[in-house]
Design a protein around this ligand. Structure first.
Ligand code: MN
Length: 498
């Protein structure tokens, strides 16, 4: 599976010709130094490309339109070094269609008390130039990120880096194609949704294939290809026979290996990056895809269970947003399963029938074959593990009939107190913020689903910015959430998003 493109971000500095050539030379020099230093910092996940200073309507319009058509450009960073009359920006901004960051910085860090004069003041006036520019972007109602601080400050660089990943989520969203090889589970409400509206809002293509078409692709995978992958599994994972006959066990695992190869070939050939399955609609497949889906998720595919295409697309996008991240801890579909309500030990055990991505695993990963309590197929092989500790976010995109809402809950992942030797599935365990009680009450009031797209490597700020860029409502449940304020926020949002 391909990682994201070699994206770049353009750095556009605003000014005007009122100050004379000498000053404009310094403006260009300063912005070049900032771009060089940002690239040298190694904090930013993508390269910043310096662009000549923007001083006229024509050049601004031309530059934004070039950014639109340049396939490698994932966004523009703007900064008004001096005063740039903002009417010059109207046409360019009107025609611009990619993510926009307003970096509110200035070249010098400290006021040069001993030498400051009016020339210096005229050359270093982002404090008012950026306000003029910010005014027009607000008046035009354009979504953008504003980051304030000195460009050399690591915190500022980290915020730019974090926005860059959001921008990738925005740019890549319209390239997400979800393959449904099953419809949504009968009678279930929260996994449903308006696929046309999803394409209008997010750019997602959500298509259906008869399950037996993909089952045929699975059947076409040769025994030697299958056996080679089974050998790889046996090298990589612990085999937990639990009393089963080794040859019979291996045959069960081989079914999943064949599914992994067959599914991946089918998805690649037809250019899909996310998939949904349904345990009740498996056609000629001998087992519910378990281990196979877990491996595909680890390779970067989105996944949603029981036909949940919204979760499949969100998992894919969140994996793209974290693509290439150093020390990434993982991103997966999860499901709220069961609670621990013991005081001081509260939390939600996260799992699914099978399909949790091993990118979130910590410690050994083993293969088990166990009966599935639902459906009518062979006992599927699956990867079993527990997950990493630390903060993460759980997200749920729901369709409210007239609009989408993204619910984001900050959570703390923990180790469970004791092993769970009889539970044959991968798990995570977390305590939602601000605590289990308020977190779960707020989630339910917001209409959040039981399936989530979860990541250790993204923040609620990034997902809110992503939702803003998509023009949809988002709500965050975090350490500051109280039920009274949260209910009011939902009421106010209902008035705004109609
Ligand atoms: Mn489920």
């Amino acid at each position: 599976m391909k990682a994201v493109k070699n994206y770049k971000f353009w750095f556009c500095t605003g000014s005007q010709d009122l100050y004379g050539d000498e000053c404009l030379k310094k403006v260009a020099k300063h912005s070049q130094i900032i771009v060089e230093e940002l690239n040298k910092s190694r904090v930013l996940p993508f390269e910043v490309v310096w662009k000549p200073t923007l001083i006229t309507n024509e050049l601004i319009r031309k530059t934004f339109n070039e950014a639109n058509t340049d396939e490698e450009c994932a966004g523009v960073i703007t900064w008004m070094h001096t005063f740039s009359p903002a009417k010059s920006w109207i046409l360019g901004l009107q025609e611009y269609r990619k993510p926009l960051l307003h970096l509110h910085t200035q070249f010098n860090e400290e006021i040069p008390y001993d030498t400051i004069d009016m020339d210096f003041m005229n050359e270093n006036q982002a404090a008012h130039g950026d306000r003029e520019y910010g005014h027009i972007v607000s008046r035009m109602g354009i979504e953008r990120k504003v980051v304030m601080g000195h460009w050399s400050d690591r915190k500022v660089q980290e915020r730019i880096a974090s926005w860059m990943r959001t921008a990738i989520g925005v740019i890549e969203s319209s390239h997400v194609r979800v393959m449904r090889v099953a419809d949504n589970m009968r009678n279930v409400a929260v996994t449903e949704g308006d696929k046309v509206e999803a394409q209008l809002k997010f750019g997602w293509e959500v298509d259906t294939y008869p399950v037996n078409e993909i089952a045929e692709a699975v059947g076409a995978v040769s025994e030697s290809d299958t056996n080679a992958l089974v050998d790889e599994y046996y090298d990589k994972y612990e085999i937990l026979l639990e009393g089963r006959d080794p040859a019979e066990f291996r045959r069960h695992v081989a079914v999943q290996a064949q599914i992994e190869i067959g599914f991946e070939r089918f998805l690649e050939e037809k250019n899909y990056q996310a998939i949904v399955t349904h345990f009740g609609d498996l056609g000629a497949l001998k087992q519910l895809p378990g281990l196979a889906i877990q491996r595909l998720e680890e390779k970067g595919y989105g996944f949603g269970a029981e036909g949940d295409w919204k979760v499949a697309a969100m998992v894919r996008i969140m994996k793209l947003m974290t693509s290439g991240m150093k020390d990434a801890k993982g991103t997966s579909m999860l499901e709220d399963y069961t609670y621990n309500l013991v005081k001081g030990k509260e939390g939600i055990l996260q799992a699914h029938m099978l399909e949790i991505c091993p990118s979130i695993a910590e410690g050994p990963i083993s293969i088990k074959c166990q009966p599935l309590s639902m459906g009518d197929r062979e006992d599927p092989a699956r990867l079993v593990f527990t997950s990493k500790e630390g903060p993460g976010i759980a997200t749920s995109l729901i369709d409210l009939g007239t609009r989408f809402r993204l619910i984001i809950n900050e959570v703390d992942c923990k180790k469970v107190e004791k092993p769970m030797p009889k539970l044959p599935v991968a798990t995570n365990f977390w305590e939602p913020k601000p605590n289990l009680y308020t977190g779960a009450e707020a989630w339910i009031l917001a209409g959040g689903a039981h399936h989530t797209a979860f990541s250790y490597d993204l923040t609620s700020e990034q997902m809110v910015d992503w939702a803003d860029a998509m023009g949809i409502e988002s709500v965050v449940i975090d350490a500051d959430t109280t039920i009274r304020n949260f209910k009011n926020e939902l009421r106010w949002n209902a008035a705004v998003y109609r």
